[in-house]
Design a binder for this molecule. Structure first.
Ligand SMILES: C[S@@+](CC[C@H](N)C(=O)[O-])C[C@H]1O[C@@H](n2cnc3c(N)ncnc32)[C@H](O)[C@@H]1O
Length: 383
């Protein structure tokens, strides 16, 4: 493993300052550097601990249909926006669960980065096609490069100078980990913007803050959930105000506080159990605009399913992935609780301003990529 790139504090251009209202009385907006790093480590440790499942274990998961539905959503996004030969940057790539999707889109180059060492190692072995006998073996047709580090903290444009520009940047089920502070949220968007070519697209999925807050307002206390998930907001949300109705407390809290650093704990059966952060979409959208990233669309997962299930090619893809059963022998389908959990997420597409002249789609960016990655090929970034 390559212990490589270390960012000097002086090289870091501070992101532009805030336009957003903040609440100095204890908001995470004012978290010190160590606290932010601890949060990032906690998230990384959680994902690193998650071991690869065998196909049998995966099929037995209580949220197997939700996992398949989310894979369908990611596949549709990729099919809608990836073009043959594209250079792809996969932020928070995890164990490389989307490699097959990118391969089907016949991309030309792939760079993946994740903070969890265990996940990057799984991604590396999956890419090489030498996963153990429980996994599907597959050799991919595009060269790739993997990095391990905090992609919401480091200046990725410096590290990936020779690999850029990218045609597509993807951040699936992870953007909300950047929302601990405004500086990190800005760093995330600055990285995407600096690395995309003009006209390039940023696709992603993340929790839908509107749905979470709406459900919370209807709930009795500080928790929502069903048999497959729960979301719990900390007591600090109630302690700050001397009101004994927690619903009012939360209403007040979300109205007046900073839009960054609103933490909750998310538990999804057989998948996630770690702190996450609310991303108010209007703030995400206007911050992205500051970095020349314009909204193409945002859709809650329910709306996404209804819209793309009108198209025969995606109905067929859904049948193959089996999220709603195969419509044939397999009568199993998404449970009502899984469908409710799907409602917690949205998909977004942003486009980098400007027109590409086409020439930017090629270049020397592949010289860092390899068709087989050794442990030493993984670049570890310290921030
Ligand atoms: C729910 S998983 C999604 C993985 C993958 N994108 C997918 O859709 O299969 C979230 C991923 O975000 C990664 N992550 C969280 N914070 C990160 C950060 N600051 N930098 C890089 N990766 C991060 C985690 O390690 C984890 O692999």
């Amino acid at each position: 493993m390559k212990r490589g790139y270390s960012q000097s504090p002086s090289s870091s251009t501070p992101p532009p300052s805030t336009r957003f209202k903040s609440n100095p009385e204890g908001d995470s907006q004012f978290l010190d550097d160590d606290t932010t790093k601890n949060f990032a480590r906690k998230v990384a440790d959680h994902y690193s601990r998650r071991t690869n499942q065998t196909l049998e274990e995966r099929e037995a998961s209580p949220i197997i249909h939700l996992k398949k539905l989310n894979n369908w959503i990611k596949s549709v996004l990729i099919q809608l926006y990836a073009r043959p030969d594209d250079a792809v940057l996969d932020l928070a790539c995890g164990k490389g669960g989307d490699l097959i999707k990118w391969d089907k889109a016949r991309i030309g180059y792939y760079v993946g980065i994740d903070i969890a060492e265990g996940s990057i190692e799984d991604c590396r072995t999956r890419y090489n096609g030498d996963a153990d006998h429980h996994q599907r073996r597959k050799k991919f047709s595009f060269p790739s490069r993997l990095l391990c580090g905090d992609c919401f903290e480091v200046e990725l444009d410096k590290i990936l100078e020779e690999d850029a520009p990218f045609d597509i940047c993807s951040c699936q089920f992870a953007m909300h980990y950047s929302w601990t502070t405004e500086a990190r949220a800005r760093r995330a968007l600055a990285n995407v913007s600096a690395l995309l070519r003009p006209g390039g697209v940023f696709i992603g999925t993340m929790p839908d803050a509107n749905v979470i807050i709406k459900k919370l307002r209807q709930a009795e206390g500080l928790e929502i959930g069903n048999s497959v998930y729960w979301i719990r907001f900390g007591e600090e949300h109630s302690r700050k105000y001397s009101d004994d109705d927690s619903r009012c407390i939360l209403l007040q809290k979300f109205k007046s506080s900073s839009p960054f650093g609103i933490e909750y704990v998310f538990h999804l059966e057989d998948a996630v159990d770690c702190p996450e952060w609310i991303v108010p979409f209007n703030v995400f959208k206007s911050l992205a605009e500051e970095y020349d990233l314009e909204l193409v669309f945002v859709k809650n997962s329910h709306e996404f399913v209804h819209e793309y299930m009108k198209k025969p090619e995606y109905v067929e893809l859904m049948r193959r992935l089996g999220a709603l059963g195969d419509g044939n022998q397999d009568q199993s389908t998404l449970s009502a609780d899984e469908w409710e959990a799907a409602y917690l997420y949205l998909s977004f597409v942003l486009r980098k301003r400007g027109e590409s002249d086409g020439a930017q789609r090629r270049g020397g960016r592949r010289k860092n990529g390899k068709m087989n990655l050794s442990k030493d090929d993984v670049l570890y970034i310290d921030n």
